[in-house]
Design a protein around this ligand. Structure first.
Ligand SMILES: NC(=O)CC[C@H](N)C(=O)O
Length: 440
């Protein structure tokens, strides 16, 4: 099965903090594997035929390194940006997070696949990422929720995966040199040089990836967090209508809002602000989403048009769009933040929260106008992790309070959004009653 090479565009280094090294020669890294008992390449699942499967895939990075690997899932050739994720668990939620569109996710946890996949952990309708890179694929699956092996799941979704790769070495390279574009292939006919050329003539910067993952039309969302697993249940009661812009929204954002008492209408990324205002929502959520936030001016325009008219909450891509709408700039980080163990200082509550993160871009706080407050700081690198502009009822986080996967330390921010909507609503009805009294 051949996978199409997506978005072949001229390379650009826009937004890179450090120039990417361009190494002319190819270097081949192969992992020692037990030699083949049968040279025929059997099932692509990578489970049934282990440990006798031999290397049948290559990952070629744009820095000229070639990594020999074993494939599981779909076969073919795929290009993407390689990012490493430090989460210990939750690979299914990571695979279904639409913010990974166009990227290969390399898991630093060496053992993946042991819990299989299940019905509950889907974070969107599809897998949008380019592929999965892991060190070791579990030879068995064991979990009470498991319905399928990881390899079968990838195959079903036409998604490439490789294992028996030195993920530590690649991670060190990404940390040192910054994110790298790579090409993954199972096709023997393609030479290393061809794949290198392919990786160097593709880039993820400047491309609107949101339009490929957003929903096609508005819909109502009703699912809540399973009551057996729910937490932070205090003080819920009033119903607030929230319009959620789907820039690649994760289901758990919707579940958490719903559990906190919101009636939710999800709208596509190009939904006009005027239509949103006609629906008279109590609040608007701008979701997470893939790619370069400066490549979607239409979304920034929508955010701008809504500012000041309704309380708004931005998560990740939503935070970056808000940053731009407020007059700030976003930039590409060296290798981003991807994982469930990022310490964040919440400057409002004066506490440290361990958070789930997945982003390659960030808002430059120095570019923001007066009145915009930095409310959260990533303690690993001091980057901006949250904003507020009280004058316009704006709040945002650069990371994922809904977790899935990840810690729940920041879940209470959904309660803060409810509080903001409540305050604005009460103020508005107090103003109306004053006006009515005056008229009488
Ligand atoms: N999770 C997200 O919303 C990611 C935001 C943006 N695409 C980035 O990589 O920075």
């Amino acid at each position: 099965m051949e996978l199409a090479i997506k978005n072949r565009i001229a390379p650009t280094t826009q937004n890179f903090l450090t120039p990417k090294p361009k190494v002319k020669s190819l270097r081949v890294f192969s992992v020692k594997c037990i030699t083949s008992l049968s040279s025929s390449d059997v099932a692509a699942t990578g489970v049934a035929d282990r440990p006798w499967k031999t290397s049948d895939a290559r990952l070629v990075l744009e820095d000229g390194s070639v990594w020999s690997a074993k494939s599981f899932g779909a076969r073919g050739t795929q290009v993407g940006e390689v990012v490493f994720n430090t989460s210990l668990t939750g690979y299914q939620e990571i695979l279904t997070d639409p913010s990974y569109a166009g990227q290969f996710v390399l898991m630093t946890n060496p053992h993946i696949g042991n819990t299989g996949v299940n019905f509950d952990d889907e974070e969107s309708r599809q897998c949008f990422l380019a592929g999965l890179v892991i060190r070791s694929l579990s030879i068995s699956t064991s979990n009470w929720r498991c319905t399928k092996a990881l390899g079968d799941y990838l195959l079903e979704r036409n998604l490439m995966g490789i294992y028996d790769v030195d993920t530590r070495a690649i991670t060190r390279r990404l940390r040192q040199d910054g994110s790298l574009i790579g090409v993954l292939t199972t096709e023997e006919s393609k030479t290393d040089e061809e794949l290198l050329e392919m990786s160097r003539s593709w880039d993820i910067v400047g491309i609107d990836l949101i339009s490929g993952v957003t929903c096609t039309g508005p819909y109502e969302w009703v699912d809540k967090t399973d009551p057996e697993w729910d937490f932070n249940c205090e003080g819920r009661g009033d119903i607030y209508h929230v319009i959620a812009y789907d820039f690649g929204i994760k289901h758990n954002i919707l579940r958490r809002l719903s559990s906190y008492g919101c009636k939710i209408t999800v709208v596509p990324s190009n939904w006009p602000a005027s239509e949103t205002l006609k629906m008279k929502p109590d609040g608007v959520l701008f979701s997470n989403g893939p790619g370069d936030p400066s490549a979607v001016p239409y979304a920034v325009k929508t955010v701008k048009e809504l500012l000041g008219n309704v309380p708004v909450f931005g998560i990740c891509m939503g935070h970056q769009l808000l940053g731009q709408a407020l007059g700030g700039k976003t930039f590409k980080m060296k290798f981003g933040h991807h994982g469930g163990n990022h310490p964040v200082r919440n400057l409002v509550a004066n506490r440290v929260e361990i958070s789930a993160q997945n982003h390659n871009y960030a808002v430059d706080p120095a570019s923001l106008p007066k009145g915009v407050e930095v409310t959260h700081i990533n303690l690993n690198d001091g980057s901006c992790a949250g904003l507020a502009f009280p004058a316009l009822n704006v709040m945002s986080l650069q990371y994922h309070p809904e977790a899935s996967p990840g810690p729940h330390d920041s879940d209470s921010v959904f309660g803060e959004f409810i509080k903001l909507m409540k305050e604005v609503k009460q103020k508005a009805s107090a103003e109306i009653s004053v006006t009515v009294k005056k008229r009488w």
